[in-house]
Design a protein around this ligand. Structure first.
Ligand code: PXL
Length: 277
């Protein structure tokens, strides 16, 4: 990939260790120039805080894109996370076409749901629009809830390989080329990530840390994208991102009352080491 500049499109949650406040430091630590397009500004994320502010930046997007076109600014990768409105998804599709350099990697994390439930503020119309964006992704990074929502497969908390294969088949029917399915657990105390690349299934299994944390999906996707842009294979990038998230969760557990996010900062050095191996 000649162009090593990435654009990431997701919200700024001023407090909460998610979305852009994760993507910017994590991808930058991977050694990649990281440009941002904020989809919305929230005082905090929506997972557990109440009364948060929400400024939708949808209508800023076309002007930003037009300026980039005039300046001939193009990106070697575009990674989308939490998006603020259905209309915004259409603008993102345009940006995918117009701001992409040749061989631009399009990575979509359809950040909208977890544990069988949509996040606050999202509805069926948004899911339908997100489905369209997912179909254009070179790499799609859903958790199992998001994968079920975009494929129409019924969500199950317990499942087997046949269920995962069904989801992968439906995602392929949608048009997704490569799929990184996170949080796939086939046995007690273990979890892992399914990497489906060019039709080949592989699975990286690792320990499941008892208590998960908010925002780990964003840490995972950012580390994955960073590692991919550093030239790692999808499987190696998926493995590095998984190992990094485990370190972040363990770090967070050292602080009893840290409920709103994962402490990714103290272990950024470990991520850099993993990239150098
Ligand atoms: O981590 C995903 C995320 C990103 N941004 C906002 C959120 C969430 C999850 O709840 O609320 C604003």
């Amino acid at each position: 990939m000649a162009n090593q500049k990435i654009l990431t499109i997701q919200d700024i949650s001023c407090v909460g260790q998610c979305s852009l406040t994760v993507a910017l430091p994590v991808i930058s630590a991977c050694g990649i120039e990281t440009c941002v397009l904020p989809s919305a500004v929230l005082s905090t994320h929506t997972g557990g805080f109440s009364g948060y502010t929400f400024r939708d930046l949808t209508e800023d997007m076309p002007g930003i894109n037009e300026h980039w076109k005039k300046e001939n600014i193009k990106f070697g990768a575009i990674y989308t996370g939490y998006l603020g409105s259905t209309k915004q998804i259409d603008y993102v599709k345009t940006i995918f076409k117009e701001a992409a350099d040749t061989e631009c990697l399009k990575v979509v994390d359809p950040a909208m749901a977890d544990n069988g439930k949509l996040y606050a503020g999202f509805d069926e119309v948004f899911v339908e629009a997100m489905k369209g964006l997912c179909s254009t992704a070179d790499y799609l990074l859903p958790n199992i809830t998001e994968a079920c929502l975009v494929t129409g497969v019924e969500y199950k908390a317990e499942y087997d390989r046949a269920y995962v294969d069904l989801i992968l088949a439906k995602l392929q029917e949608l048009g997704c080329k490569n799929i990184i399915l996170t949080g796939i657990s086939y046995s007690e105390g273990r979890t892992g990530v399914v990497v489906f690349e060019n039709g080949k299934y592989s699975y990286y299994e690792h320990e499941k840390v008892a208590k998960g944390c908010h925002g780990t999906g964003d840490i995972y996707a950012s580390a994955f994208v960073g590692a991919l842009m550093r030239g790692k294979s999808a499987y190696d990038a998926a493995k590095i991102a998984a190992d990094y998230v485990v370190l972040c969760i363990k770090e967070t557990q050292k602080e009893e009352n840290h409920w709103y996010g994962a402490r990714f900062e103290p272990v950024l050095g470990k991520l850099i080491e993993m990239l150098e191996q």
